[in-house]
Design a protein around this ligand. Sequence first.
Ligand code: ADP
Length: 169
Amino acid sequence: MTTITLVRGDITRQTADAIVNAANSSLLGGGGVDGAIHRRGGPAILEDCRKLRASHYGKGLPTGQAVATTAGDLDARWVIHTVGPVWSAAEDRSGLLASCYRESLRVAEEVGARTVAFPAVSTGVYGWPMDDGARIAVETVRATDTTVEEVRFVLFDERAYEAFDSVIR
Ligand code: ADP
């Protein structure tokens, strides 16, 4: 049984086995959560990401997939990078957003993480409407059979917290 918890705050301040990064496919850093993780986690994370680009992910990490690196100076053992889809009104990309949560949990299980902190993937720069992003996040985690014991959604502002809270109830 996976327990879902919600906290309001900065994901880089969390203690967890794994912290999920809302990365972009380059894996070489960006804004939002990505920028904050690399800033606080230090250069070891980027170093691992560069190795991934030089080996398995020459063209970058495809949307909807996930991969683990060291967590550097963060209070975690792994950062799991996942690439959310950019919101589109013309095309339904919700399968890709669900895949981010499913694949991140699969990678978490693979490395042996029991507690995993997630941001609200795609709801920042990538423009996904918060209510829908929250629904997909919670429904996907609930529907995923995993050995991960705690999934913690770390919501940056009150609006995001409220959106997740109303889906949880
Ligand atoms: P994306 O490119 O996938 O949209 P962003 O990082 O721009 O990713 O935003 C994803 C969500 O994370 C947004 O709701 C944003 O407000 C939130 N966010 C930004 N910084 C942090 C942080 N340090 N901790 C937790 N959530 C954050």
